[in-house]
Ligand binder design. Structure first.
Ligand code: FES
Length: 66
């Protein structure tokens, strides 16, 4: 599956917004850039920006445009 990435990972478009369904323990805490973007775009607690999130293991995500 492909993720949206209109800003190509610059952290400004929110196109890569995903809901984490499983494996949250394998996703590093949000970077300051992701926290800033999340505040501006009202990110839900179970959502992350794929271009900003550092993943260390298996994670299951979904998004509204799949
Ligand atoms: S690709 Fe634009 S915020 Fe992630």
């Amino acid at each position: 599956m492909h993720l949206g990435r209109a800003c190509r990972g610059a952290g400004v478009c929110a196109a890569c917004r995903v809901k984490v369904l499983a494996g949250r323990e394998h996703v590093a805490p949000p970077t300051p850039e992701e926290v800033r973007l999340a505040r501006r775009r009202r990110l839900a607690p179970d959502e992350r920006y794929a271009c900003q999130a550092h993943v260390t293991g298996d994670v299951t995500v979904t998004t509204s445009y799949w």
